[in-house]
Design a protein around this ligand. Sequence first.
Ligand code: SAM
Length: 275
Amino acid sequence: MGLWFTEEQTKDLNISCRVKETLHVEKSEYQDIALLETNEFGRMLVLDGAIQTTIKDEFVYHEMISHIPLFTHPNPKRVAVIGGGDGGTIREILKHKSVEKATLVDIDKRVVEVAKQYLPEISVALNDSRAEVRIEDGIEFVKSHRDEFDVIMVDSTDPVGPAVGLFVKEFYQSIYDALKEDGIFVAQTESPFYNGKFIASVYRDVRTVFPIAKVFLCNVPTYPGGLWCFTLGSKKYDPEKAQGIDTKGFDCKYYSEKVHKAAFALPPFAKKYLE
Ligand code: SAM
């Protein structure tokens, strides 16, 4: 039978992958961290038993959380990522030449260190001169900035433990205040198959704070349901009307101009949650 890792995706559903080798296990100040070598997905980062990212499918999530807002904004220069300690989102952000500085704010320094050690393909840009890594609570970081960022991305764990406060209206208001007058916010907001009510409540909160609120989807095989959802709030630019998307030299494997537009086409069962 060999060694298997099983994530409990809901209380009635598990996903399992065969493990070739357990590379690292520890309990940090904030969470259980595991780094596994799997047969199907390659190296896999697991936090508190939940799959965060894998070498095989990480490009989907990291390209979509980054390029949708960055190609919607006409000239993004200052970007912040709340969470995202593996570095994949920073790697995608820095493909945009207009970006002068991208600040990663993760509460757990051990996630950053483990990613640097075991996931060099994902964490590759964390030492770039345009990247800044801060180890602190994203909630406090956002509160202490005003009118500063063009784009803020919330690349967090699920809404449990230290991430709970990243999914509340007060936090969205702090993000609104930390953004410039034409700023854009995006957050990963779980599975439309299993978290419909949660998505509805996040969308409602984001819509009360931002004049433009949209939800978009992508396919991440290792996340619950395989279909993953992001919620975007924008002060000025409508992501569905993004112009002049040019991915030449970006080496994207999932994102494209057509995928950007198509990602906002929600199937009726998911759209229902926004009504
Ligand atoms: N792509 C992933 C997913 O959806 O499963 C998220 C990856 S990233 C590793 C999530 C990060 O959010 C973790 O490293 C965790 O430490 C961080 N995090 C959780 N709560 C946070 C908070 N309040 N402030 C900053 N970072 C936080």
